[in-house]
Design a protein around this ligand. Sequence first.
Ligand code: UFG
Length: 320
Amino acid sequence: MKYLVVGGAGYIGSHMVKHLLSDGHEVVVADTVATAPDIEWVELDIADARALDRLFADYHFDAVFHFASHIQVGESVSDPGKYYQNNVAATLTLLEAMVRADIKHLVFSSTAAVYGDPQYVPIDEQHPKAPINPYGRSKWMVEQILEDFDRAYGLKSVRLRYFNAAGADPEGLLGECHEPETHLIPLILQAASGRRAAVTVFGHDYDTPDGTCIRDYVHVADLASAHALAVEYLLQGGASASFNLGNGLGFSVQEVIDAARAVTGRPIQVIETSRREGDPATLVADAQRAKKVLGWQPRFAGLEEIVGHAWNWERKYPWR
Ligand code: UFG
């Protein structure tokens, strides 16, 4: 198959590209930043309809994977225009270009943030969608646009709602590198490697056993395998659908720090501070639908492997 990976130079997108290439598919990456030199890369902003039309005239794609988006919850509150412009308006431009080019299959990166404050856990796909910030709203808006595009134009999509994407390529070739970094596991490991003096823990007074927030960490290689199954499902005629991607296991911030101390053998300095605005106490996925419908089977559910692979990456690139 020939696939377009939009945002294929990013954290999850790059793991997807590796997965698709190792399965023998042809891949073109569209991104605003360059990817590895041996990967076919088109420098492209999806807000540019003409550039998309040229791309779709040059190549015939069986499906598109769309990973490109802004992902910082706090920034989305202070600068919502940036999020609606990029995550919604530019995505709409991509979808319209796909319709013009008669490309009928899309796998879209969505998020657990579409649910907002959980009314129950584990969270299944029927849980009410009540996002509490512009980031979550931007993803939920696109999900609804996709339903309309299916009805009107027959564009079939799978929306994958990630819980906490984490870890790194088990072979050590790829990993997480955000600028600025806001995610818990890389920040803990930067404190372990000495790139940072300490990690800050946001809140010790949550209604959880140790008082710190509980999240469902899902390995980035397992996210990639879910996307590969999702596109197969679509190409075999599957109906548009949304799926949660998580392990169904909750780990507290304190448990993640303890696992990182065990994996790295390093003391990790912790600074306790107050809660970060908008953090629910517990987010855990019910991912039974992805397992039943797509046949998804995560390989790396334990913190040791997720943190271990992220630590290999942190140690391999101490100059970053
Ligand atoms: N945390 C800290 N200290 C830090 C960073 C994070 O204590 O320096 C805590 C947070 O309070 C939270 C947990 O660690 O309880 C995980 O935080 P992350 O920022 O790593 O991840 P989030 O759960 O906030 O966000 C993730 C994605 C978002 C997405 C959200 C819901 O990064 O893009 O899940 O889907 F919106």
